[in-house]
Ligand binder design. Structure first.
Ligand SMILES: *Cc1c(COP(=O)(O)O)cnc(C)c1O
Length: 425
């Protein structure tokens, strides 16, 4: 057979991302014909000659650009290794970016993307609520290094975004950081408003802030921020992309120029993903389309069932939120609602929610999301317990709110489980 591992089209036909997920970026004939890539358990790589060693170090340090970015030579596994490289090429294809980088966790990916561009005294403009770890990173961890953060809670309101932009005047804003849909309320951010904010800040400070989007909840199948003005996409690959709740990993996708700066941080701090987890992610990418599509269809059915339940007050699922221009923005930027959403009870607070959660059989009571198995959690007492109650209530994470991540089980079985536990509320 022909060696075609980087072929993107056949004749006039451009190949679909799902087709490329099984083979792209890996040449079996570099590994004894092994159809699946081996796990390259090595810390260091042999040079064919001293000249090669010199050249590869020039590439890896950024002193010189390799003639072909994909063949920059392997040096040492903190900088790069084959399992990392194969899956990074596939991630770039999926997201439509020039390249991708993988990290030991989503938080490592986010941290590297921030540290590559922000300097002491700078301000990060960001949406709210953010994933708890990201909120803690901005407000707690990075603050002593001189980084400020200014948030806006309504990413659909031009007025709210403009007010936050005004609050950042005085310092430099290198990054506009958004998470959409927000977890657990499924609040959306309008990408067009972010491009406008970047325009305005650019006029003020003379340099354009990068728009960084955490695409963990819907990407890469149902939302493509790079097509809507975003510069960099970050991921917790632990969630849908990994998809089996058996690994922790992160990713960054974007332009080659920005990735070079982020890669310097990754190499210096040693934030790279290990060969085994990288291999597992390659396995996961082969079924990503099928998993996300099936889980999203099931979640839509379950959300509609919950909406009609007499004990349920509100279902925060993208298809069912009617507030303001939510539906217009949702239809413009998202292809489907994904499978993580939340709902609130009409009367029950924490005690009622706990009785409900304790009575479930199929849903596993755990944080995290995006796995093959359905998970359920009580954000106010777990993932968001570090957030003050007034703030929690103001962003909608109330004591009666329950978050669901729908997996690949039969949706009618899941509904039967929910129906039985509802009797305990
Ligand atoms: C889980 C998560 C993160 C953090 O990722 P880790 O892989 O746990 O480090 C960041 N953003 C979102 C939206 C997440 O759900």
């Amino acid at each position: 057979m022909k060696s075609s591992y980087r072929q993107r089209s056949i004749g006039n036909r451009k190949l679909s991302p799902e087709t490329l997920m099984t083979s792209y970026g890996y040449d079996p004939f570099l590994s004894e014909g092994s159809v699946k890539p081996p796990v390259f358990l090595t810390s260091t790589f042999a040079f064919r000659s001293a000249e090669d060693g010199k050249e590869f170090f020039n590439y890896v340090s950024g002193r010189k650009a390799p003639p072909n970015a994909e063949d920059a030579g392997l040096v040492y596994s903190r900088f790069n290794h084959p399992n990392l490289q194969i899956v990074e090429e596939r991630l770039a294809v999926l997201e439509g970016g020039e390249g991708a980088l993988m990290f030991a966790s989503g938080m490592a990916a986010i941290t590297a993307a921030i540290l590559a561009f922000a300097r002491p005294g700078d301000t990060i403009l960001h949406s709210q609520p953010l994933y708890g770890g990201t909120e803690t990173l901005f407000v707690g961890t990075l603050a002593p290094f001189g980084l400020k953060a200014v948030g806006f809670t309504d990413g659909l309101s031009a007025g709210a975004v403009e007010a936050a932009v005004a609050k950042t005047a005085g310092g430099k804003v290198p990054i506009i950081y958004i998470e959409t849909p927000a977890n657990p309320t499924c609040g959306l951010v309008d990408f067009d408003l972010m491009v406008k904010a970047a325009d305005e800040i650019e006029k003020r400070q003379g340099s354009r802030p990068l728009i960084v989007v955490d695409n963990t909840m819907l990407g890469p199948i149902f939302q493509a921020p790079l097509q809507h003005g975003a510069d960099i996409v970050v991921y917790s690959l632990t969630k849908y992309v990994g998809g089996h709740s058996d690994l922790v990993a992160g990713g960054v996708i974007g332009r080659a120029k920005d990735l070079a700066a982020i890669k310097k941080i990754r190499s210096a701090f040693g934030m790279q993903l290990d060969p085994h987890s990288s291999w597992m992610l390659g396995r996961s990418l082969e079924t990503l389309h099928l998993r996300m599509e099936r889980a999203s269809t099931s979640a839509s059915k379950i959300a509609r069932w919950l909406k009609d339940h007499p004990k349920v007050a509100e279902v925060h699922h993208p298809e069912l939120i009617a507030r303001g221009n939510y539906q217009t923005v949702y239809r413009k930027f998202c292809k489907a609602g994904g499978s993580t959403f939340a709902f609130t009870f009409k009367e029950a607070g924490e005690a009622g929610a706990f009785r409900f959660l304790n009575d479930l059989h199929l849903f596993t009571l755990a944080v995290s999301l995006g796995g093959t198995e359905s998970l359920i959690s009580h954000p106010a007492s777990t993932t968001h317990s570090g957030v003050a109650k007034e703030i929690r209530d103001s962003v909608g994470v109330t004591d009666g709110l329950v978050r669901i991540s729908v997996g690949l089980e039969n949706p009618d079985d899941l509904i039967a489980d929910l129906a039985e536990a509802m009797e305990k509320v």
